[in-house]
Design a protein around this ligand. Sequence first.
Ligand SMILES: CC(C)(COP(=O)(O)OP(=O)(O)OC[C@H]1O[C@@H](n2cnc3c(N)ncnc32)[C@H](O)[C@@H]1OP(=O)(O)O)[C@@H](O)C(=O)NCCC(=O)NCCS
Length: 254
Amino acid sequence: MLQRYHNIDAHEVHVWHLFAEQAANATPVMHALLSAEERERMARYRHESDRLLYLLSRGMMRTVLASYLGCAWDAVRYTSNAHGKPILDGASVAYASGSLLHFNLTHSNGAIALAVSLDREVGIDIESRHRPAEYLLLAQRFFTESEAQHLHGLDEQQRRDAFFAIWTLKEAFVKGIGRGLSFPLDAFCFELELDRLVAFKPLADFVSPDWHFQQFNLGEQHCGAIAIQSPGALPASIELREWTSAFLTSPSGA
Ligand SMILES: CC(C)(COP(=O)(O)OP(=O)(O)OC[C@H]1O[C@@H](n2cnc3c(N)ncnc32)[C@H](O)[C@@H]1OP(=O)(O)O)[C@@H](O)C(=O)NCCC(=O)NCCS
């Protein structure tokens, strides 16, 4: 595996991603990157596929974050906020000129994505569109009335796509603000045209409107959303980057 160095500007968000099936030859090195605590947590997963996803997500986080911080892989240190959002700890957080590196991880059914930003909070979520779900029941439980209404008006295929669009947008937002599911999901909503985002609407005065959203696809199966803090409508350019082609050595060693 190659030690790489990357740069990022405050107007950029980089979305690193990998599919577990493409990274099998990275697992021995990934093992060596885990801390003792991470090894213990990995061992607690009952299914091999979950252990693999955990291993690859930790390896991806460490290699990608070290590549921006310009440090050794084992020098990356994490802590978490009061709601469990992993963040870089004080000692390893500083990017060039005192800027702060932010990140957020998501994984679903064989795919992993990691968003990286500078001086702006970021949240990301991916889901497999093939995950069976009772869309209308879940919408009734987790979505606002207008979001659920939107699903009612669609045919089956459109409903599935719109459901996962709203789900990933909602998750990306609560992960961006770092609250996870402790944040009320009915305090904000998304207006969509089919499964495309049209507008983000805060419904309570404690919800900041200063967020930018972008939807994306990973392969055929996964859809995702990014939430990026955008004070004063600061623009954000979002770029998808493949972890395997950037970090795995090719057979020729190039
Ligand atoms: C933990 C939670 C933040 C995300 O969970 P998720 O969507 O199941 O999982 P994802 O793969 O997208 O994200 C998990 C990662 O988010 C990060 N995370 C954990 N707590 C977080 C928080 N408070 N804020 C942001 N990120 C968080 C971690 O890196 C975690 O990775 P790990 O489990 O390997 O340690 C939380 O929102 C949750 O439990 N969601 C359950 C799904 C649900 O019921 N959604 C409601 C419908 S909208």
